[in-house]
Design a protein around this ligand. Sequence first.
Ligand SMILES: O=c1ccn([C@H]2C[C@H](O)[C@@H](COP(=O)(O)OP(=O)(O)OP(=O)(O)O)O2)c(=O)[nH]1
Ligand SMILES: [Mg+2]
Length: 151
Amino acid sequence: MEPTLEVQVVRLDPEVPLPSYARPGDAGADLVTTVDLRLAPGERALAPTGLALALPEGYVALVHPRSGLAVRHGLSIVNTPGTVDAGYRGEVKVLLINTDRAETIELSRGDRVAQLVIQRVEHARFTETDSLPESVRGAGGYGSTGGFAGA
Ligand SMILES: O=c1ccn([C@H]2C[C@H](O)[C@@H](COP(=O)(O)OP(=O)(O)OP(=O)(O)O)O2)c(=O)[nH]1
Ligand SMILES: [Mg+2]
């Protein structure tokens, strides 16, 4: 897939590669940690990525976990997906958490720990009203449609 958006990146750590898509058509560009990390079960840590971005207005970068590390080691992200605002110029960081009950996770500088998904966003004009238009769902939620096969 040809890139359709230019995003300026500053490498705060000159050894860190620019974010890159591992395969054509991938939604997420991988991010690395610039520090070694040791996460005990249940422990969290803010991993620096060595990158700062200037997203164009009207876009957001979402910091998603990588499923391989999640399934193999239980590595996740506390605030998944993390939100990188278009106006943010600081270092992008990843709030990692070890969800495994027993095993410590060891990560090395340069390991790919998350992926950045860039999306367009709308800014809503929130207009107050006394009543909302009817819908089929109405106020039903939280399992209101039943289990599988609609049971
Ligand atoms: O996973 C993340 C989440 C956030 N950020 C940075 C970019 C984002 O623009 C800023 C603020 O994030 P957020 O709005 O989620 O945090 P907040 O707790 O609402 O802080 P603030 O009051 O600064 O908005 O922190 C990251 O680098 N990684
Ligand atoms: Mg905020």
